[in-house]
Design a protein around this ligand. Structure first.
Ligand SMILES: NC(=O)c1ccc[n+]([C@@H]2O[C@H](COP(=O)([O-])OP(=O)(O)OC[C@H]3O[C@@H](n4cnc5c(N)ncnc54)[C@H](O)[C@@H]3O)[C@@H](O)[C@H]2O)c1
Length: 353
């Protein structure tokens, strides 16, 4: 699908907390060159451009759309800008690495899938949880049939006090689209459905809460954008959902940015199979053996996908790897997350077409 080239010029859009990671990660691939940076904050832009030696710094990303020598837009912007900037980049014929969530609604996300196909360019959403060793090893066990049929899963990313700083764009619906569900629920759900090998849901029943943020409690330290002390916290800081997949298999998803719980960060997944179960982290396998029921700790298996998602992206462009995260999968995830919010708002189960 991508053009036959042996090196790629990258423009990173947004030099906030994860923009730094985009730049640093691309720099680890010998075929990737970060040639430009767009950042609305002149200070943050200058600091990042100087830190990484990036030759061009602009405040308006549109200037970079016109540069024919730029092959890739790597987008690390607040959620409400994901779809519009990605669509503009795709229309300009750029490959797009887009951080999660794909968009703030499935209608916009679907437009990206269509445009990437039309332009024959690579579009990948930053679902980095799929690249971690536990998930990769679990996938290999499932593929080998060790679990039998996986019929149910529980997946969660629950923090005790990890709201990306209260008053930043993260906690305002107009900029974030949603709260913890879009921010970290997206990761817990993505890795779980990847492991189950099924992304399309039939129905979703969900509930959301905001018990800490509105009281100014539960703030963490993530993010570099400005704080607006007057901004109202109007997103979720905890959510639960029962997701029924098209096959009838089920997933329980739990997300919290803030909650009373024993662990500071409870981020894991458990899969229930007919022959065995697994849970991580750490990766444990439960099953009946000759000596009775056992719980084994599983070492990471060799032959895993490179943990650096930007390196992987460039490898796909080079034709050395198949895309590990497909746009249709990210669209399906977006539909489920949207359905959680719709279900919470309406008090009803939402059926997904
Ligand atoms: N994949 C992951 O694990 C992961 C981790 C953290 C964040 N993210 C995602 O990355 C995105 C960015 O998050 P962050 O933590 O870096 O936020 P951040 O607030 O630290 O940074 C966002 C940056 O975008 C800049 N910006 C805003 N509008 C802009 C525009 N029009 N043009 C150029 N720059 C603009 C801001 O000035 C800021 O520097 C979010 O969507 C978030 O969900 C993904």
């Amino acid at each position: 699908m991508p053009k036959k080239k042996d090196s790629f010029n990258i423009a990173v859009i947004g030099a906030g907390a994860i923009g730094y990671d985009h730049i640093a990660s691309f720099k680890q691939h010998p075929a990737a060159k970060v040639v430009a940076l767009a950042e609305v904050s002149p200070e943050r832009g200058r600091e990042a451009a100087d830190t990484f030696g990036i030759p061009e710094l602009v405040t308006d990303y549109k200037k970079l759309l016109k540069r024919a020598d730029i092959d890739v837009f790597s987008i690390a912007l607040p959620n409400y800008l994901h779809a519009s900037v990605a669509l503009a980049a795709l229309k300009a014929g750029k490959h797009v690495m887009l951080d999660k969530p794909m968009a703030t609604n499935a209608t916009d996300a679907a437009k990206l899938v269509v445009e990437a196909k039309k332009q024959k360019v690579l579009l990948m959403v930053g679902q980095n949880q799929r690249f971690i060793p536990e998930v990769q090893t679990a996938k290999q066990l499932i593929t080998k049939g060790v679990l039998g049929d996986v019929y149910h899963a529980k997946t969660a990313w629950c923090r005790r006090a990890g709201i990306p700083r209260i008053g930043s764009w993260f906690t305002q619906k107009q900029f974030a689209g949603g709260g913890g569900t879009y921010d970290i629920g997206v990761h817990a759900l993505d890795r779980c459905l990847y492991l189950m090998g099924e992304f399309d849901a039939a129905s979703v029943s969900g509930q959301t809460y905001a018990q800490f943020g509105p009281r100014g409690q539960g703030s963490g330290t993530w993010g570099k954008s400005e704080i607006d002390p007057k901004a109202r916290f109007d997103v979720d800081d905890l959510s639960v959902a029962l997701i029924k997949l098209k096959s009838g298999r089920t997933v329980l998803l739990e997300t919290s940015w803030a909650a009373h719980q024993p662990d500071g960060d409870n981020n894991g997944t458990q899969l229930f199979g007919t022959e065995a179960g697994i849970k991580f982290p750490p990766l444990q396998l439960f099953r009946n053996g000759v000596h009775g029921y056992s719980t084994e700790l599983v070492n990471h298996l060799p032959g895993l996908v490179d943990g650096n998602r930007m390196k992987h992206f460039v490898d796909v462009l080079l034709g050395k790897a198949e895309p590990h995260v497909k746009p249709s999968e990210s669209l399906a995830i977006q539909k489920i997350l949207d359905a959680i919010y719709t279900s919470a708002r309406t008090g009803r189960e939402v059926r997904i077409k």
